[in-house]
Design a protein around this ligand. Structure first.
Ligand code: SF4
Length: 404
């Protein structure tokens, strides 16, 4: 890991003082990520960089964010490039007032150059939205909402420490529609403690019946250090076994495909034309700039990240003029491996030639690892692309590790 000081942004108060010749402009668009590190309470499975909402410090955080937006927009790697997507993630961005969120968005719009039709996504949790807030967000330019529904059984939501009841999630969805949103994602979770296949089926039925544009069914991951992980170690929770999880995932795939969704990434399904632009930036290994506490960026072959704690982030911005806490120049090999890892998550897979380049092989049959996965039906080659098969989807992460 290189020292922070080895990476410097060019700081300027103006974003338009020098206009580089058109031929020197980098035409590649990039994504913006804005981290809002606050939640109503902490879910029992969560290891994200998020904290209980603390009104006393929110304004300081927003001031720091505004400063970072101004400073970053003048960096050479970004100047004269267009933003294709903005993603407010967290945490629970919708915990803030709509005027605060639109203030950040307006600041970004003024500081950066947005593409026409830029996607602006915001993560919204039930219990933190009402109609006036949603209307202000819609009118202020938020184009897509991602709602953390997870399950439609109150006992399961309580078990994993969600701060909302199922009826609040259902109501939030209709309020979003009423406010004008026509691009809504529902996050759902399977493999929860005490969740039966019937529960999961009921959650999927509800999700499909309300007609969202996008659904993300995720399997629960027991992250070290979380209360659920602790309970699991002490043998206090009964989780669905691997076989039940496979049934749940397969059920999600079948039901969502039947309902007309495209399965475009392992855990993501969209109606035609509604794939998440921002997440595609990550999966296509395109560049992005993350701002806010702990946010990561990938620009000009480097990966860098901000101070994790909101207080340290705010202090660093005001004292040093940057909150970057660490950065790393990625070698050509690391970049290729990342491309393989991310590309294989997409159902479309990876171009065969790129796949061969990453593994430094002339021919697929020259690699025992590859031929074994092909023969065992975990990988396939289709129309010039290497793809993970239906059989391989549930163990995709292990497959990728085996390949690398
Ligand atoms: S709402 Fe999301 S970010 Fe917040 S604690 Fe729960 S899982 Fe974590």
């Amino acid at each position: 890991m290189k020292a922070v000081s080895s990476f410097k942004f060019r700081v300027s108060s103006s974003n338009s003082a020098i206009d580089p010749k058109p031929e020197t402009r980098n035409p590649k668009p990039f994504g913006l990520y804005i981290h809002i590190p606050y939640c109503l309470s902490r879910c029992h499975y969560c290891d994200f960089n998020t904290y209980r909402l603390d009104d006393a410090h929110v304004q300081q955080y927003l001031d720091g964010l505004a400063q970072e937006i101004t400073l970053r927009a003048s960096a050479m790697a970004i100047r004269d490039r267009r933003v294709c997507s903005v993603f407010f993630g967290g945490g629970t961005p919708s915990i803030l007032q709509a005027s605060q969120l639109i203030g950040i968005l307006d600041h970004c719009r003024a500081a950066f150059t947005f593409e026409d039709g830029v996607e602006v996504s915001l993560e919204a949790n039930p219990g933190t939205v009402d109609l006036p807030k949603l209307r202000t967000l819609w009118e202020g330019g938020v184009t897509r909402l991602s709602v953390g529904v997870q399950a439609v059984q109150d006992r399961l939501l309580q078990r994993i420490g969600r701060a909302h009841a199922a009826c609040e999630a259902k109501r939030a969805f209709w309020l979003m529609r009423e406010a004008g949103f026509s691009n809504i994602n529902l996050d759902l979770m399977f493999g929860l403690p005490g969740q039966s296949i019937g529960d999961w089926s009921e959650t999927l039925d509800w999700a499909i019946s309300v007609g969202p544009e996008h659904v993300s069914p995720y399997g629960l991951i027991l992250e070290e250090g979380t209360p659920l992980h602790q309970e699991h170690r002490q043998g206090e929770i009964g989780l669905p076994d691997e076989e039940a999880e496979a049934v749940m995932y397969g059920m999600a795939v079948d039901r969502l495909l039947d309902a007309g969704f495209e399965h475009y990434e392992i855990s993501n399904f969209a109606r035609p034309g509604f794939r998440c632009r921002h997440n595609l930036v990550y999966w296509h290994h395109q560049e992005y700039l993350g701002m806010g506490a702990g946010a990561h960026s990938f620009l000009a072959g480097r990966r860098f990240y901000n101070e994790l704690l909101p207080a340290s982030y705010v202090r660093a911005i005001s004292e040093r003029g940057t909150a970057v806490a660490g950065d790393e120049e990625l070698s050509a090999e690391m970049l290729r491996s990342e491309r393989l890892m991310l590309g294989l998550r997409l159902r479309a897979g990876l171009d065969v030639q790129v796949f061969k380049d990453v593994l430094s092989i002339e021919d697929l049959s020259a690699s025992d690892r590859v031929t074994r996965l092909l023969d065992d039906g975990f990988l396939r080659v289709k129309e010039g692309r290497v793809q993970i098969t239906e059989r391989g989807l549930l163990v995709a992460n292990e497959l990728i590790v085996q390949l690398l």
